[in-house]
Design a protein. Sequence first.
Lengths: 104, 398
Amino acid sequence: MSEWIDACAVDDVEEEDLIRFDHEGRTFAIYRSHENAFYATDGLCTHEHVHLADGLVMDHIIECPKHNGRFDYRSGEARGAPACVKLKTYPVQVKSDRVLIDIA
Amino acid sequence: MSGASGMIIIGAGECGVRAAFALREEGYGGPVTLIGAEPHLPYERPPLSKGAAAGAQKIIAGESRYDEAGITLRRATRVERIEANRRQVALSDGTTHAYDKLLIATGAQARRFPGMEAARTLRSLDDAEAILAAFRPGARLAVVGGGFIGLELAATARERHVDVTVIEAADRLMARIVPAALAAMFEARHRAEGVALLLSATVASVGEEGVVLADGRHVEADLVVAGVGAAPDTQLAEQAGLAVGDGILVDHRLQTADASIFAAGDCCNFPYRGGRVRLESWRCAQDQGTHAARAMLGADEAFSRTPWFWSDQYDLGLQVAGLPDPARPFIRRDLAGGALILFQLGDDGALLSASGAGPGNAVAKQISIAEKMIQRAVPVSAGQLADTGTNLKSLLKG
């Protein structure tokens, strides 16, 4: 079952960057790639409870702002110590300049 | 002698653990033995001064990951000596074990200066548990040393309503690595949180009643913790005849003069930008652990990763990339929300260091960009660094 929610406007996220999106006690990260595609993952690093939104995006990699854990935000795959647990990803669609994510 | 020889790593801290896993990631199929003196499963040390209490400690890897990777983890085991001529180590249980390559990752031990013998120090999980157990509301804590560990501990103590006095010999906090303007932000914050800061204050003695200063003042305390730096644990290396000078001397590959022995992390002294340094850094310990593993397998690459440090005190976060040079001017970049970054340029027209502080992780993105600029020696001007209208990330991509 899907549960699509409106996360933000397309223009809320700069290219090759991300923002934090909180919803009903959960926190997500919404990404806009340098190719202008949108992605969503859990908002906290799997290594420690740190908001990824303060981290740096380079190409398709989000780097944890604290401990240099890196993830490919398209697949959630961890790309090096200290992070070794995959980041959960969520389906995304863009409709009328709004970014929707399926948090089910 | 027992067992087939392989890779032996002395020290099961961040560096040793990373090296053990990196050997496997690099495809090494022989025996890997990781030897640690502590009884605990290897854990992360940075959270200790930030209030991670008993049971809440962060392990580096669960036990099953060692099993899956085929890493033999020997806990509560001391290496008595390295017998370099026989390429073997003798352990506290009386056994000896041969190695093809040996990595010394013994880290550092808390330092105490004369007169401070009665002070506690914070280095291990057991230290942290003993200290945190004394953090009751109204208890009096005296911290000797206004560096990262002492100040993080002071912040943790204030959050638990402990009365805190910090005694620092220098005229400001964190003088070893942090630029004065950033240290001042932390000084103001500690004072606002009710910490009594005694700067330019020298300790004469530590006793049951607290601390006696050189000028005769008394600081009454129920608990005295010294955070006055750490000394590299080089005893085994020295006994084995390896060269030591503020750390075990290694070359660009992290190899000692003995081609079978490498050293990495807080215990080693390595070449950096034409000089030599020893770092006490979580990130460096990881980077060098990975590098040493590759070098043990024959890779001939120079270790050149940019140093990176951080500290958390209250909700203020500090990050430093590169090694700030106190003799060089700082270029200031003010960010939103009171966050501040101070850059330094090197003689080559590239970034030398970037130090930032602000609420939470406000400086993280910029420091991460700066770290990559330092690493890649990206040319940049003082004007670009100071101007918040200049997108530093675009320079990185240039």
